[in-house]
Structure formats: C-alpha cells, structure tokens
Design a protein. Structure first.
Length: 405
C-alpha cells in the first residue's frame, strides 16, 4: 500500500476486481443520494411553498440552509473525525445524512425544514472528501484520479437521472416523497458500505492539529480559492438557464428538461474524460479546463440567442465538471498530513462557487445586461481562477528549483 493511503487491511492494490468495484459502487451510491437530495428540491420549491403557505423565495431558503450546512460542516466534521477510522467516519456521515432526509420528509413547518436541511447538509462535504481519499488509496497511483472520478460519478448521475426522476415523483405525489426516497438511497449506501468497505485503523499520527495544518499551506489555500472562483462560472450561467432558454432564446418550456439532460450528459462525460486526463497530467488538466471554461462561457454569451448553439454550449458547460476530480486530487497532494480536512473543504469551496456564481449572474441580469451576460461573468471568474492557477504553478516550480539547489 502507498504511504499516503489509509490503513486499509492488507495490500489495497491486490483487491479483486469485483471487491474494488463493490467498494467504489458503495461510495458512488452515497454521491447519488447526496446529489439527488441537493438538486431535486430546486424543481419542487413551488410545492414546498404551497405546502407551508409561504412564498417561493421564502421556500428557497431551504436550499440556502443546506448549502450553509455543507460549507460549515465539511471542515468541522473533518477536524472532529480526525482520530476516527475512515470506514467508521463514512458510516457515521451516511447515518446522519439518511436520518436527515427521513426527518425532512416528516417536518410540520417551514422553520423545522430549514433547520433539518441545514443539519442534513453538514455531512455532505466530509463524505465526498473521505470517500475520495478511500477510493484513491485502493488503486495504483496512476489511476487514483479515475477512482475519484468514479466516486463523483454518483453526483453527476444524480444530475442526469436522480434529480429529474425525483422531481417528477415529487411533482406527481408530494415533495416529501423525494426526501423519503433519498433517505432510502442513503440506507442502501449505508448497507453497501457496511458490507463491502474493509475495516481500517486511524492513522497513527492523526490529530486535530495535523488536520488544521493543511490551512497553513499556501498551495491548499490557493487550490481552494481556485475551486471557489475559477469554476463558479458554471453556476452563474446554469442558475438562470431556464429563463435564458425561454425568455431570450425563444424556446418552449417543454425544452427546458432537454437542456437539463444535455447538461447532465456533459457533466458525466467531463467527469470520466477529465479524470483520465488528470492521471496523465494533473496540473495540465486543471489549467486546460480553465481555458476551456473561458472559451465555452464566452461562446455562450455570444450565441445564447441561437437555440442550436444554446444546446451545444450547455452540453459543453456540463463538460467543465472535468476539473472536479483533478482539483480534488490536487488538494489531496498538497495537504500532506491534513488530507481529510483539505479534501472535505473542496466541497465547501464548491458550494461557495455555487453561491458566488449565482449571485454575480443575478447581479448582471438585474443591472440590465441581459441573460447572455452570465456567460461573460463565468468567463471572468475563470480568468481570475487562471491567475490563481498561475500563482500556484509559479510557487511550486520555485520550490522545486530551490530544493534542487
């Protein structure tokens, strides 16, 4: 087993193909549940609002509460669980997520739902971070980003299948059915993890201070800043894509689900292709995707009025998720002894990107620049991210040069 891997029993690289598949499947199943629970509610806000007799913007705080839980929970849980084995921590996180969704389906007031959604968001980032660390430890070094990508495949499949299916069920029956179904996915994940994830021991030198030491490393901070800004442009566009399609491009409302599917297909394609590219050149993939972002988002701004171009750019926008596994692996590399905290914080940064991108996109629309301007916002965010990437690369090369002297 590699020196940077968790203490799983035996030599992780000798796991049978079927055993490795079942472990990755269990980890990805958790991603499917978490992704579906996070995104499906967005299409059911009118139902939630009607159920509690509140406005849709008021109901929208349910999404904000969950995102706040993700941002706060990821670092706190990573630090609190520093001395736990990764298997035990994953089981505890999935228990909390499962119970949170079952309780979400049974609340009686909007205030109760806000509190429960905040609590349910707490395990989100830590789960993905720890799952990525475990997956990367089970395969040879040259395939670790692909393993991380397979875990994230649960999240991208959620956007393609889980979210629309649950949204349809919630619309036809009740929004509570969606949360109950997500709870069942959590229970299935818990069962699969219990059955297939091997027992392991906490890292001997693990401690709260070692985890916190990750934030003393400039490369960790730069990578988190890169994730929070350079890849937030996707959300500046996608948050308003339905209105862009119908109010600006002149498409019918019936075509909005098609656009959602194209975005989901792009996310899945980008995830799989990007993780393979990152195993060949990690920094090259991250830098290349930032340039790709700039081109795609600028193209969106220039051609959003053309339906065929809108379909193409939305698919390509989904493909920008290719950087996700690469950035996650980069964080694991530069964090050293604080891997759990750094890996979990990736999803805090991702949710900051979500909020920042949506806010900036809404700002330019409200300022009268129109829906295509969200593309230019996204491109500008990627330009800023490319600058952060350049600083990170310069510092790394300077350190390598100094070490060789």
């Amino acid at each position: 087993m590699r020196a940077d891997a968790p203490a799983l029993p035996g030599d992780a690289l000798t796991l049978s193909g079927m055993k490795l598949f079942l472990i990755i499947l269990a980890l990805a199943c958790g991603g499917l549940g978490i992704g579906t629970g996070e995104f499906a509610i967005m299409g059911l806000l009118p139902n939630v609002a009607a159920s509690f007799g509140v406005s849709i913007p008021h109901a929208g705080w349910v999404i904000t509460a969950y995102a706040a839980g993700v941002v706060i929970g990821a670092p706190l849980i990573a630090v609190a669980g520093a001395k736990l084995s990764r298997r035990r921590l994953l089981l505890l996180l999935m228990i909390a997520f499962t119970l949170g969704n079952f309780v979400s389906a049974a609340v009686h007031t909007i205030d109760q739902l806000l509190i429960v959604r905040f609590l349910t968001g707490l395990p989100h980032g830590a789960y993905f971070g720890v799952a990525a660390l475990v997956a990367a430890s089970l395969v040879p070094l040259e395939k670790r980003t692909q393993a991380v990508g397979y875990v994230m495949l649960g999240l991208t499949v959620a956007t393609l299948l889980g979210t629309p299916i649950m949204a349809i069920l919630g619309e036809a029956l009740n929004w509570r059915v969606m949360f109950f179904a997500v709870g069942l996915i959590g229970a299935l994940t818990l069962t699969l993890l219990w059955l297939h994830l091997p027992q392991d021991k906490p890292t001997v030198k693990a401690s709260v201070m070692l985890e916190l030491s990750a934030f003393m490393r400039p490369q960790v901070l730069l990578t988190l800043l890169l994730a929070a800004t350079g890849f937030g442009g996707m959300f500046s566009i996608f948050s308003y894509i339905a209105a862009t399609a119908t109010d600006y491009a002149g498409l019918s409302v019936a075509m909005v689900p098609v656009i959602m599917v194209l975005f989901g297909l792009g996310m899945n394609a980008g995830n799989l292709i990007g993780s393979r590219l990152a195993d060949k050149s990690l920094m090259g993939t991250i830098g290349g995707m930032l340039v790709f972002n700039i081109l795609v988002m600028t193209g969106f701004g220039l051609t959003a009025h053309l339906p065929w171009a809108l379909y193409l750019t939305i698919f390509l926008l989904g493909c920008t998720f290719a950087a996700g596994p690469a950035v996650q692996t980069r964080l694991m590399d530069v964090a050293r002894d604080g891997q759990t905290l750094a890996a979990a914080s990736m999803h805090s940064a991702f949710n900051i990107a979500n909020g920042l991108g949506a806010w900036l996109g809404g700002w330019v629309i409200a300022a009268g620049f129109g829906y295509p301007a969200t593309g230019y916002v996204g491109a500008a965010m990627s330009v800023f991210g490319l600058g952060v990437f350049g600083v990170s690369l310069w510092l790394e090369r300077r350190a390598a040069h100094a070490a060789s002297q």
